[in-house]
Design a protein around this ligand. Structure first.
Ligand code: ATP
Length: 245
């Protein structure tokens, strides 16, 4: 019997304001140590899926009205966001959400708020190893470029020493060169530290190359899923998601 996945989303439905149904039975498995990507057009429900996983729906008056979510064998769909972080699952939200009037180091320390093991300074050095240019930025985080803010957001997630990171559109607003750099670092973190990743993206090219497995969501449903190779070679995926040909 295959090992059960680290994260298992089982047939969830999500409604906002009690009536607006956005997810219509979504199932996603993320095996330990892998990178899985969730692709789909604007408004398909990708961010909603991540919010359901990370316990962030309640702040937007949304709820998982059907189905369940398990992380490390434990049911998490009724947990609040802080408890989900404590269980080892960290979300890097769309738009990065760094604290602009704090320094890089203060932002990184915020990521470690669920820990009290005295290793925080050591981990700041670990983050600077992945993102050397953050070390040179001694001013407020608000002065960082978009790419640097994305790096800081990922670094802050690492500070929590998570077992799994969910990333919502890490390529958003970045130049092609920076997208390549950020995806390279995401893959390196996965390789070095074995941190499991769920990657929500509209940039299917990079996301599928980084991932082991992918799901495609349209209008609140998974319409296709498969290994990286299966999806990269699928005619519909090529036409609609990989820019033709
Ligand atoms: P995007 O790439 O634009 O973020 P997405 O695939 O992540 O798209 P969601 O942000 O999950 O999609 O949105 C899915 C649908 O849910 C959209 O129709 C959106 O209008 C609706 N929606 C999102 N948040 C809320 C909310 N707080 N209240 C009501 N409807 C919402």
């Amino acid at each position: 019997k295959p090992q059960s996945p680290l994260l298992s989303v089982n047939n969830i439905e999500v409604v906002y304001d009690d009536v607006i149904q956005v997810l219509r039975g979504v199932s996603i498995d993320v095996p330990q140590g892998e990178i899985v990507t969730l692709l789909g057009p604007n408004g398909a429900g990708k961010s909603t899926t991540l919010k359901a996983i990370s316990g962030l729906l309640k702040t937007e008056n949304g709820e998982v009205s059907r189905g369940d979510i398990h992380f490390m064998g434990e049911r998490i769909d009724a947990k609040n966001a802080e408890d989900v972080v404590r269980s080892g699952l960290f979300q890097v939200m769309e738009g990065r959400r760094i604290i602009e009037d704090m320094s890089v180091i203060e932002n990184l320390k915020l990521g470690a708020y669920t820990r009290n093991d005295g290793q925080v300074n050591q981990d700041i050095e670990m983050v600077f190893n992945y993102f050397p240019r953050l070390k040179e930025r001694t001013g407020l985080a608000g002065y960082l470029s978009g790419g640097e803010q994305q790096m800081l957001a990922i670094g802050r997630a690492l500070m929590a020493r998570p077992k799994m990171i969910c990333l919502d559109e890490p390529s958003m607003g970045l130049s092609p060169l920076l997208v390549k750099e950020v995806f390279g670092i995401i893959e390196k973190i996965n390789r070095d530290q074995g941190i499991t990743m769920l990657l929500v993206e509209q940039n299917a090219n990079y996301a599928l190359k980084a991932a082991n497995y992918g799901y495609i969501m349209e209008s609140g449903k998974i319409v296709l899923d498969g290994s990286k190779e299966q999806l990269l070679n699928n005619e519909d995926v090529k036409e609609f998601y990989l820019g033709g040909g």
